[in-house]
Design a protein around this ligand. Structure first.
Ligand code: PGA
Length: 252
């Protein structure tokens, strides 16, 4: 069984001014900054990233962007590059979140370009995949995931595999309070693990961490983390509050 260190990630979305971000980051630094058994990641809005970075330097808390562009630089008003994220203090970037797919028309092809740019730029991409409620109801869950994962990871070299992170986020569970059951999530994670092994044709794929996301809270994290193929969580709403996020980090 490969050693997959759990990763608990917080996606702050479009919440928190710089002052609010600084307060939450300092609280997290005190509460969980010393924890060594779990990797922790927070994804503040772009405006706060470089300002919170000094407060979590040399702690277990890493920093992430919530999105980026695939070009290195250029005339792309409103966009930000991998180099800019690294320079601001990030080690990770969330890519292909369902809100980006839904509201900003991101396609699997766009997301694949971003995955390459992130890996080449030294960032660990957290590639988000997941089916909508109607796709699940019409038994399309696995075919939707196949497409997202195959195109999303197209052309990724095996030596980059250790830096790839997948987040399975059923769209119907995001921000709705409806979580997939532990078993529903495990079934999909086991399926994704098998697909990753097929895609990379290499046992190295078994080291890829697969996070679950969608209404993760302090009261449901433990059951999810007990599942063999769930290696962590991508937390939205509950990551905005330091006490709740710390409780999730300390699920054991
Ligand atoms: P939620 O969001 O925890 O608020 O459901 C999860 C996410 O969108 O990553």
């Amino acid at each position: 069984m490969p050693d997959r260190k759990p990763l608990i990630a917080g996606n702050w979305k479009m919440f928190k001014t710089i002052d609010e971000a600084l307060i939450t980051t300092q609280q997290l630094q005190k509460q969980v900054g010393h924890i060594k058994t779990v990797d922790i990641m927070i994804a503040p809005p772009f405006t706060a990233i470089s300002l919170v970075a000094p407060f979590i330097k040399d702690t277990s808390i890493g920093l992430s962007g919530q999105n980026m562009h695939w070009e290195k630089e250029g005339a792309y008003t409103g966009e930000i590059s991998a180099d800019m994220l690294v320079n601001a203090g990030c080690q990770y970037v969330i890519l292909g979140h369902s809100e980006r797919r839904q509201y900003f028309n991101e396609t699997d092809e766009h997301i694949n370009k971003k995955v390459h740019a992130a890996l080449n730029g030294g960032l660990k991409p957290v590639l988000c995949v997941g089916e909508t409620e109607s796709e699940r109801d019409s038994n399309k869950t696995f075919s939707v995931l196949d497409k997202q994962i195959e195109i999303g990871l197209q052309g990724v070299a095996i030596d980059h595999v250790d830096n790839v992170i997948i987040a399975y986020e059923p769209v119907w569970a995001i921000g709705t309070g409806k979580t997939a059951t532990d078993e529903q999530a495990q079934d999909v994670h086991a399926y994704l693990r098998k697909r990753l092994n097929d895609i990379f044709k290499n046992s190295a794929a078994s080291s890829i961490r697969i996070l679950y996301g969608g209404s993760v809270k302090p009261n449901n994290i433990k059951g999810l983390m007990a599942m063999p193929d769930i290696d962590g969580a991508l937390v939205g709403g509950a990551s905005l509050d330091a006490d709740q996020f710390s409780a999730i980090v300390q699920y054991e």
